[in-house]
Design a protein around this ligand. Structure first.
Ligand code: SF4
Length: 223
């Protein structure tokens, strides 16, 4: 029987970065699939659960074995890594090799994130906006509650955390951000960065009535 970790769907690998895990030399793997469809997503090739490019975990494992002592950390990015049931097994394997574990997530699965907490050394969490406004960005009705629950979990666990907000084009006035930054500060978020929104070539994922939206993937079985 194929071990679960082999089923991790990986759409890309960055062998060395100093940007994706602050203060550490890291590699990044980009996990395939995301349950949301943000208007400004710039990783659209990773949104489908099945991408065109597929890097087998065995190849990542061999790469990591050759980087022991040279790299500090492995970052799981996406897409949305927590979509995949094989994520904990992959994290455990990388951690056993001595790598710190970083995670880039938008927090759509707080229950899965809770189970990952013992494995995590650092998290970059997207907080896109205030909870009630999330569906206007993600297209998913309950996305705000899920993302902010994930934030609460990470804060409570004391995981090293960077909260990132992509500034949508319609937020032209700095005051538009104030309610969000105030709420994050009130929760004790000390590391909050803003990211510039890059234009994306994909059709509007939240089309007007009468148009067709791009299909959402089904979530993998619970991790
Ligand atoms: S959460 Fe949004 S921005 Fe992030 S990968 Fe999914 S669709 Fe793209």
């Amino acid at each position: 029987m194929t071990p679960l970790v082999q089923s991790l769907r990986i759409g890309g690998l960055t062998p060395l970065t100093t940007l994706d895990y602050p203060g550490e030399l890291a590699a990044v793997i980009f996990c395939q699939g995301c349950p949301w469809r943000c208007r400004y997503c710039h990783n659209t090739h990773l949104l489908s659960p099945e991408g065109r490019e597929r890097i087998p975990w065995s190849q990542v494992r061999a790469f990591l074995r050759g980087r022991v002592g040279l790299l500090d950390a492995l970052v799981f990015s996406g897409g949305e890594p927590t979509l995949q049931a094989a994520l904990p097994a992959a994290m455990r394997e990388a951690k056993a090799m001595g790598f710190k574990i970083g995670l880039h997530t938008a927090g759509p699965y707080p229950d899965r994130l809770r189970r990952l907490l013992p494995l995590l050394d650092w998290v970059g969490l997207d907080i896109k906006t205030l909870p009630a406004d999330y569906p206007t960005i993600t297209g998913a009705p309950d996305s705000g509650a899920r993302a902010w629950e994930s934030l609460a979990l990470l804060l409570e666990a004391g995981i090293a955390l960077q909260v990132r907000t992509t500034v949508p084009p319609h937020w032209r006035d700095p005051e538009d951000l104030q309610p969000l930054t105030d709420r994050l500060a009130a929760l004790g978020v000390g590391n909050h960065i803003l990211q510039t929104c890059r234009p994306t070539p994909i059709p509007d994922p939240h089309p007007a009535a009468g148009e067709t939206a791009s299909p959402l993937p089904a979530a993998a079985s619970a991790a």
